[in-house]
Design a protein around this ligand. Structure first.
Ligand code: BES
Ligand code: MN
Ligand code: ZN
Length: 501
């Protein structure tokens, strides 16, 4: 889908689908008089008959049967004008894509200025959000589905044009449209990676993806082989990987801005390419979606796709240790003690609490880069899904300023999250009799104790942890811009966070 800015008279353009936004309570006869007249008021009549109210996302697609230059018309509700927000642009954009696909059209025209304008929000930003919605809803994953692949190709919308009143305005929204394309490309890369089955999304394959990102001159890649991981003392990640036939590998991407950076930020992702639970084997049902367990690293890779385009001022380090958690004669066992890169020892009481063990080493490695802040993303705990549900990530941080920045970024990105406390007294629950800490607690608050575990490996770095077990993936479409499957959660929040630095 190509999105373009245009100006001129929208009714004089030939197109597949002309979109007619209507606010709640508004009628076609007032807002789109010219068109209604062309149809001899039959359109208003039809809307009345259908009891069209203009609720957000409500839509009516009508063939124009030769009248006017558009093949079909789509009246779309944009809801209560008073409640219209920046977020509404994305939601309505997504609805339009869905309707246009159903209508099987190739071209769509949108009178962009028919949307309410928001105080303090530029045309550029509004267009950016709107295009995010259009593009995010256009995603589908059919890499393993030959027929559907062909169908998707056939039904693809070629071009969406956003019309405004002048060439100057068109230039303004053009910049927003381009930004949206970059952000969505990164998000959809993350979606693809998470949707890909573990048989193909192996640690080695994650390296291939990282390598492709170095096509940008701003990005360099350092790989850590298993031997190098051993040398660095990453015995946690190595222990988790031991049961698998796939070798573990460390990925360290660096984005360097054109001008010398004032800030250095490390983004760390959980990269368990499949989580069977290991010897503490998951029940069959619990394993079914565990290809998503590299969702944190997928967000890192998606982010690095965006960075060269948006060129934030900070130097960014993207770090993950890719491993697979499998049972075998070589697996690490419940009761084993492993030593992480910073020398701290971990008693493994459940091999299914593997994410925190791999992250321990990844965080130690991140600390060594001396960043100003570390943000990690991980599909870490089922407990976070119990606490906050499928839409929201959990945020835990040892620095309230950083936490506020992440919250502001997530709000801008439209990715819901909620802060949970790093409640110190619960550290008691992960004290071990024979090692420095143990990898599970028996006293509830699983998301908090997992984060407290991670805190042992960040030293005094400013650090924020995002538990994305809930929003990384959904079995069903939860919102028009969130199709079934992987969401790409995190890419947009990280992008906004880095842009604001
Ligand atoms: N990858 C899982 C967490 C998870 C669960 C992610 C559901 C997405 C959806 C993690 O490695 C795990 O198994 N966590 C255990 C921890 C427990 C053994 C302390 C869990 O949450 O049950
Ligand atoms: Mn697990
Ligand atoms: Zn896991």
């Amino acid at each position: 889908m190509q999105i373009q800015a245009a100006h001129g008279n929208i009714f004089e353009q030939k197109t597949g689908l002309l979109v007619l936004p209507l606010k709640k309570g508004e009628t076609l006869s007032t807002q789109w008089k010219e068109l209604d007249a062309l149809f001899e008021q039959q359109l208003s009549k039809l809307l009345q008959e259908q009891e069209f109210e203009g609720k957000q996302g409500e839509a009516l697609v009508i063939p124009s049967l030769g009248k006017g230059k558009a093949w079909k018309l789509c009246v779309i509700g944009i809801g209560d004008a008073k409640k219209f927000s920046l977020e509404s642009y994305r939601v309505i954009g997504a609805h339009i894509t869905k309707r246009a696909k159903e209508a099987k059209v190739k071209q769509v025209l949108i009178p962009f200025e028919a949307f309410p304008s928001l105080e303090g929000v530029s045309l550029r930003v509004a267009a950016e959000r709107f295009a995010e919605g259009l593009l995010l809803a256009d995603y589908s994953f059919h890499a393993y589905h030959k027929k559907a692949q062909e169908r998707v190709k056939k039904q693809a919308i070629d071009r969406v044009e956003c019309f405004v009143g002048s060439a100057a305005k068109a230039r303004q929204i053009e910049a927003g449209l381009e930004e949206a394309c970059a952000i969505v490309e990164g998000t959809c890369l993350a979606r693809d990676l998470v949707n890909t089955p573990s048989a193909d999304m192996t640690p080695a394959h994650m390296v291939d993806v990282a390598r492709e990102l170095t096509a940008s001159p701003r990005i360099t890649l350092k790989l850590l082989s298993k031997a190098q991981m051993e040398k660095l003392g990453m015995h946690g990640a190595l222990a988790v990987a031991r049961g698998s036939d796939h070798e573990p590998v460390g990925v360290h991407l660096i984005y360097r801005p054109a001008k010398k950076a004032k800030k250095k930020i490390a983004i760390v992702g959980k990269a368990v390419t499949f989580d069977s639970g290991g010897l503490s084997l998951k029940p069959a049902g619990g394993m079914m979606t565990m290809k998503i367990d590299m969702g944190g690293a997928a967000a890192v890779l998606g982010l690095f796709k965006v960075l060269p385009f948006l060129q934030p001022k900070a130097e960014v380090h993207g770090i993950f240790l890719a491993v697979e958690n499998m049972p075998s004669g070589r697996s690490y066992r419940p009761g084993d003690v492993v030593r992480a890169m910073n020398g701290k020892t971990i008693e493994v009481l459940n091999t299914d609490a593997e994410g925190r063990i791999t992250l321990a080493d990844a965080l130690c490695y991140a600390v060594k880069q001396k960043p100003d802040a570390i943000v990690d993303l991980a599909t870490l705990t089922g407990a976070c899904v119990s606490a906050l549900g499928e839409d929201m990530a959990g945020l835990l941080s040892n620095d309230s300023k950083l936490s506020q920045k992440i919250q502001a970024a997530a709000k801008e990105a439209g990715e819901p999250l909620w802060e949970l406390p790093l409640y110190e007294p619960y550290k008691e629950h992960i004290k071990s009799k024979i090692a420095d800490i143990k990898n599970i607690s028996a006293h509830g608050a699983g998301t908090i104790t997992a984060a407290l575990f991670l805190q042992y490996f960040v030293g005094d770095s400013s650090w924020a942890h995002l538990d994305i077990a809930g929003p990384a993936y959904s079995e069903r479409e939860t919102q028009p811009d969130l199709p079934q499957g992987a969401s790409g959660y995190g890419v947009r929040t990280l992008t906004r966070y880095l842009q604001a630095l």
